[in-house]
Design a protein around this ligand. Structure first.
Ligand code: HEC
Length: 247
C-alpha cells in the first residue's frame, strides 16, 4: 500500500515539473532553424521561407518563396499552420507531407527533423510569438454569429456594449471585444452592425475589421463602451477610416 502511494505521488510530481512550453528556451533552439529561416519584422526568405506570422497562414504561401511540390500539394489540400501542425511537421517533414497529402511519393524540401518533443514545443512557442494573436476559431465561425445582437440603429446600443457598423460599400469581416469572453466576429454586409452581448467591467472595447475571415491583419480601434463605431472606408489592412477619427 505504501508503495502505491509513493508511486502516485511520484507521477504527480512529474506532471507538475514538466513545463508546457518555454519561449526563452525556444529562442535558443531556434538557432537550428535560423540556418534556413528568418523571423521578425522585415525578415527575408533564405534557404527556407520567412516564419513571421506563420500561424494561421496557408502552407506554402509566403510571397516570393519557391516551395517544393509536396508543400504546394499540401497547401492545395487545405493545410493551414497552427502550433500542433508545425510541431508535427518539424518532427519529420517528409512523413508529415506524405500523411497530409496521401501521396506516398511526396517530397519535402525541408531536410531537418527535431525529434525531442519538449524542444519542438518550445521552439514552436517561440515561432508563434512572432504571429499575431487571433481568435482561434474566427475563420471557421459562421458568417453571422447566432448569439450576437445585430442592430441597425445607433440608438439601440446598450451602455455595456461595444458595436461596430460597416459603413463601407462592401462586406468585410469584423470583430468586437469588450473584455472577458465578449469577443464576437462576423461578416457584415454594408450598413450592418455587430455588437457584443456581454459587457463587463471594461470601460473601453476594441473593434476590428479584416478584409476576409482568414486574414490576420486588419484595422483596430479602441473605443468607449456604449458606443457604435462606424467603419467608413476599408483601404488596406492598416488603413481604414473610422467615425472616431473624423472630427
Ligand atoms: C536546412 C534548412 C532548414 C532548417 C534547419 C529548418 N527548415 Fe523549415 N523549411 C525549410 C525549407 C527549405 C522549407 C520549405 C519546404 C517546402 O517547400 O517543402 C521549410 C518550411 C518550413 C515551414 C513551412 C512554412 C510555410 O511557409 O509553409 C515551417 C513552419 C518550418 N519550415 C519550420 C521550421 C522550424 C520551426 C525549424 C527549426 C526547428 C526549421 N523549419 C528548420 C528549411 C529548413
Amino acid at each position: 500500500m505504501k508503495k502505491l502511494t509513493s508511486l502516485v505521488l511520484f507521477s504527480l510530481s512529474i506532471a507538475q515539473i514538466a513545463p508546457a512550453q518555454d519561449i526563452e528556451a525556444g529562442k535558443i533552439i531556434f538557432k537550428n532553424c535560423a540556418a534556413c529561416h528568418r523571423i521578425g519584422d522585415g525578415a527575408k526568405n533564405a534557404a527556407g521561407p520567412v516564419l513571421t506570422n506563420v500561424i494561421g497562414r496557408a502552407a506554402g504561401t509566403f510571397e516570393g518563396y519557391k516551395y517544393g511540390k509536396g508543400m504546394k500539394e499540401a497547401s492545395a489540400k487545405g493545410l493551414i499552420w497552427d502550433v500542433e501542425k508545425i510541431e508535427a511537421y518539424i518532427t519529420d517533414p517528409k512523413k508529415y507531407l506524405r500523411a497530409f497529402t496521401g501521396n506516398k511519393r511526396a517530397k519535402a524540401k525541408m531536410r531537418f527533423k527535431l525529434k525531442d518533443p519538449q524542444k519542438r514545443r518550445d521552439v514552436v512557442a517561440y515561432v508563434a510569438s512572432f504571429s499575431k494573436p487571433m481568435e482561434k476559431h474566427a475563420a471557421t465561425q459562421p458568417d453571422t454569429p447566432a448569439n450576437s445582437a445585430m442592430v441597425t440603429a445607433a440608438s439601440a446600443v446598450e451602455p455595456n456594449q461595444v458595436c461596430v457598423q460597416n459603413a463601407d460599400k462592401e462586406a468585410y469581416f469584423f470583430a468586437v471585444d469588450a473584455g472577458g469572453d465578449s469577443r464576437l466576429t462576423g461578416t457584415l454586409a454594408p450598413g450592418k452592425t455587430l455588437c457584443t452581448t456581454a459587457g463587463d467591467i471594461a470601460k473601453t472595447g476594441k473593434v476590428s475589421v479584416f478584409e476576409k475571415a482568414e486574414d490576420l491583419e486588419g484595422c483596430t480601434r479602441i473605443i468607449a463602451v456604449g458606443h457604435v463605431e462606424q467603419m467608413r472606408k476599408y483601404a488596406d489592412f492598416d488603413r481604414c477610416r473610422w467615425s472616431s477619427n473624423d472630427s
